[in-house]
Design a protein around this ligand. Structure first.
Ligand SMILES: Nc1ncnc2c1ncn2[C@@H]1O[C@H](COP(=O)(O)OP(=O)(O)O)[C@@H](O)[C@H]1O
Ligand SMILES: [Mg+2]
Length: 247
């Protein structure tokens, strides 16, 4: 890897714009995420978080601007980006007609993951859904489907994972496990980008964060800075969003 590449962030977005008809979902956003960060994209419903994740994973083409992810241009090589990263889209469910095991086997084929079912064993244990291995996905609860989505995103140990609302369907025990997993994952030098409207999650596990409001970036900073100022993220967030609404 050249010096140039080492200095470049894992995610670099320059003036990203996404417009749907009259709605500007993402409005001129630039972001730089370094390796080893657990970065939280925060914002109320409809602020553009999901759109932003779709742009960064090549699922949507930007109206304007550009981005590189792991050094790959999301416009020129969206498939390359999707091959290298782990993704958990918002409210996505695995195919209804496959069992949990069949789905992971399928993911293994597509992603060329050796011994995928052996790796799946670890996940069935860790996320405590051994008894659901051979159940059709259509018959799984939301929480169990989310466990399966979590497994497919991390089973190939991507150096970067993007997760849209990671904890939304999990109970407190599972939330704890997932938070611990994510924290340890970045400690090993990987990078994670999450979107969430639940500020406590960000405050607890994120290093860096950005606040989106109506498609516009209101603030980028670190959770450590806030803690130094003895400021809670929810107060900070509300004051910014208020200003964003009025100004
Ligand atoms: N495919 C689409 N077509 C039209 N409007 C969309 C589409 N996707 C998102 N939007 C609009 O873009 C805005 C941002 O949405 P979204 O990125 O889903 O926000 P968030 O994830 O923060 O809740 C919303 O106003 C939403 O209605
Ligand atoms: Mg969303």
């Amino acid at each position: 890897m050249s010096l140039m590449e080492m200095k470049q962030g894992v995610i670099e977005a320059q003036g990203l714009v996404k417009q749907f008809g009259d709605v500007i979902a993402v409005n001129n956003i630039s972001l730089s995420i370094r390796q080893g960060e657990l970065f939280g994209l925060l914002g109320p419903n409809g602020s553009g978080k999901t759109t932003m994740i779709k742009l960064l994973t090549g699922q949507l083409r930007p109206t304007a601007g550009s981005a590189t992810v792991l050094g790959l241009d999301v416009k020129k090589d969206p498939v390359g980006v999707r091959e290298r990263v782990g993704i958990i889209p918002e409210q996505e469910t695995p195919p209804s007609f496959l069992t949990a095991t069949e789905y992971l086997d399928f993911v293994g084929e597509v992603r060329h993951i050796p011994d995928v079912l052996k790796k799946a064993d670890w996940w069935f244990d860790y996320l405590d859904f051994n008894d659901k291995r051979d159940v059709l996905c259509k018959d799984l609860s939301r929480g169990t489907r989310q466990k399966l989505m979590f497994t497919q995103a991390f089973i190939h140990k991507p150096t970067l994972a993007l997760i849209d609302e990671p904890l939304i369907n999990f109970d407190p025990i599972m939330q704890r496990k997932v938070k611990d997993y994510l924290t340890e994952y970045v400690r090993c030098g990987n990078t994670i980008f999450i979107s969430t409207h639940i500020l406590e999650i960000a405050e607890e596990i994120c290093s860096g964060f950005a606040i989106l409001h109506k498609g516009t970036l209101l603030h980028t900073g670190t959770v450590a800075e806030l803690k130094e100022r003895d400021q809670h993220l929810d107060d900070f967030f509300l004051s910014l969003v208020e200003k964003g609404t009025h100004g």
